[in-house]
Design a protein around this ligand. Structure first.
Ligand code: NAD
Length: 369
C-alpha cells in the first residue's frame, strides 16, 4: 500500500473549482488503481475566502497549508473583488501569504511544447517543436521585496520612486541548489542569468552560483546576461535546459518562455521551499493562468495546466516519477488524438469542455496502464 500523502486543496475562484475537480478525478483514479493514496483537506483562498471569513486566507487554512505534504491551488480573483477591496484584502494577498509563510523561494516554470500544439506558438514550428525548458525563478527576494522602497515627495515638488535589488548569499545558494538538482534529473545543463555587467547583486549571483557548481561536477554551468537571455529565448529556445535567475528577471523570462508554448491553459508551475530533515520540501502547485472569470462556470476551461501542475507534485514532492509520466503521457495522447478545449482548438479537432477533457485524460491513462 503506498504511503498516504496529505494534500491541501485550495480551489479558489472562477474556473479554479472546475479545473481542480479534474485533478480530484485523476487522484481518485490513481487511488482506485492502488498506485497512490491521498488524504485531501479542502480550504478557501482568494475571493471566496473573503466572502466566507472577511480575509483572503484564514489563519486556520494557513495552518493546514503548513501541515500538508503539498498544497494544490486553482486560481484566485475576479471582478467582484478586484475593484472593490483594499490592497491588503485582495484575493492575490491570500496567494502571497501562502508563498511567504511557506517560504516558497523557488518557482519552477516549465515551458514545454507538445508536438500536437507546436503550430500554436507565435514562433516558427521548427524553432519550438520538442521544446522542453525549465525556468527556476527566485521568488521571495530581490527588487520586489528589497528595502528601502517607496515613493517620497521631494522639496522641489517632484516625487521619487525607489525599489532596491538586494540578494544575500543564502538566497542565491538555496535557489541555485534547487536548479542544479533539477538539471541533474533532466539534461544536465544549467544557465544562470543576471546582469553582472551592471549590477553588483548580479555579480554576487554569478560568483555564488559558480562557487556552488563545484558540488555538481556533472552539470554543465553557463552564464548569460538577462537581456541576451530574452533574445536567445525567442531566437533559439531549444539551446536551454534549466535556467536559474532572480525574481525580477525570472518574472519576465518565464512569461516570455511560456508564450513560446502558445497557450495559457497549458502552463503548470510549482513553488518549492526548504527541505526538512526528511528531505521533503514545502511546496505549492498551481496553473500559471488566473481565474478566467469570462468563462467560469461554463465547463469551458482547459484543465490541463492544473493537471500538469499535479503531475509536477507527483514528481517533485512525492518522487512518483512513474505516475507523473503517466499523467504527462496521457496529456500527449489526448492532444495527439485531437481532443481540444476552446483555448487550444484547431480546425478539424474535437471540441470538448472541462469535464470532457478530464474524461479523455482518464481514458488515456486507463489505456496506458
Ligand atoms: P486569466 O489567466 O484569468 O485569463 C486570461 C485569458 O485566458 C482569459 O480570456 C481566459 O478565459 C483565458 N484562460 C485562462 N485560463 C484558461 C484556461 N484554463 N482555459 C481556457 N482559457 C483560459 O487572466 P486575467 O483575465 O488577467 O485575470 C482574471 C483574474 O484572475 C483576475 O482577478 C486576476 O487578478 C486573477 N489572476 C490570478 C492568478 C492566480 O490565481 N495565480 C494569476 C493571474 C491572474
Amino acid at each position: 500500500m503506498p504511503e498516504t500523502k496529505k494534500i491541501l486543496f485550495l480551489a479558489g475562484d472562477g474556473i479554479g473549482p472546475e479545473v481542480m475537480g479534474q485533478v480530484r478525478r485523476v487522484m481518485d483514479w490513481l487511488a482506485k488503481e492502488g498506485r497512490a493514496s491521498f488524504e485531501v483537506e479542502e480550504g478557501l483562498v482568494g475571493g471566496c475566502a473573503y466572502d466566507a471569513h472577511g480575509t483572503p486566507l484564514h489563519d486556520d487554512t494557513m495552518k493546514l497549508a503548513l501541515e500538508a505534504d503539498a498544497v494544490m491551488l486553482g486560481a484566485v480573483g475576479g471582478p467582484k473583488w478586484d475593484a472593490e477591496l483594499p490592497f491588503e484584502l485582495k484575493p492575490e494577498r491570500g496567494l502571497l501569504r501562502l508563498r511567504k509563510e511557506m517560504e516558497l523561494f523557488a518557482n519552477l516554470r516549465p515551458a514545454l511544447v507538445f508536438d500536437a500544439l507546436a503550430e500554436a506558438s507565435s514562433l516558427k514550428t521548427d524553432l519550438v517543436a520538442g521544446l522542453d525548458i525549465m525556468i527556476v525563478r527566485e521568488l521571495t527576494g530581490g527588487v520586489y521585496f528589497g528595502e528601502p522602497r517607496g515613493i517620497t515627495e521631494l522639496t522641489n515638488g517632484e516625487r521619487r520612486g525607489v525599489n532596491t535589488q538586494v540578494y544575500e548569499t543564502y538566497e542565491i545558494v538555496r535557489v541555485s541548489e534547487v536548479a542544479f538538482d533539477l538539471a541533474g534529473k533532466r539534461g544536465k545543463r544549467l544557465c544562470s542569468v543576471e546582469k553582472a555587467n551592471v549590477m553588483e547583486s548580479g555579480l554576487l549571483w554569478r560568483e555564488e552560483v559558480t562557487r556552488i557548481s563545484a558540488k555538481y561536477p556533472d552539470i554543465e554551468l553557463s552564464h548569460m546576461y538577462a537581456d541576451n537571455c530574452a533574445m536567445q529565448l525567442v531566437r533559439a529556445p531549444k539551446q536551454f535546459d534549466v535556467i536559474v535567475t532572480d525574481n525580477l528577471f525570472g518574472d519576465l523570462l518565464s512569461d516570455c518562455a511560456a508564450m513560446l508554448t502558445g497557450s495559457l491553459g497549458m502552463l503548470p508551475s510549482a513553488s518549492l521551499g526548504a527541505a526538512d530533515a526528511t528531505g521533503i520540501r514545502k511546496a505549492m502547485y498551481e496553473p500559471v493562468h488566473g481565474s478566467a472569470p469570462d468563462i467560469a462556470g461554463q465547463d469551458k476551461a482547459n484543465p490541463l495546466a492544473t493537471l500538469l501542475s499535479f503531475s509536477m507534485m507527483l514528481r517533485y514532492s512525492f518522487d512518483m516519477a512513474a505516475e507523473a509520466d503517466l499523467v504527462d503521457d496521457a496529456v500527449k495522447d489526448v492532444l495527439n488524438d485531437g481532443v481540444r478545449t476552446g483555448d487550444i482548438m484547431q480546425p478539424g479537432m474535437t471540441l470538448v469542455g472541462t469535464t470532457g477533457m478530464g474524461d479523455a485524460l482518464i481514458a488515456a491513462m486507463e489505456k496506458r496502464s
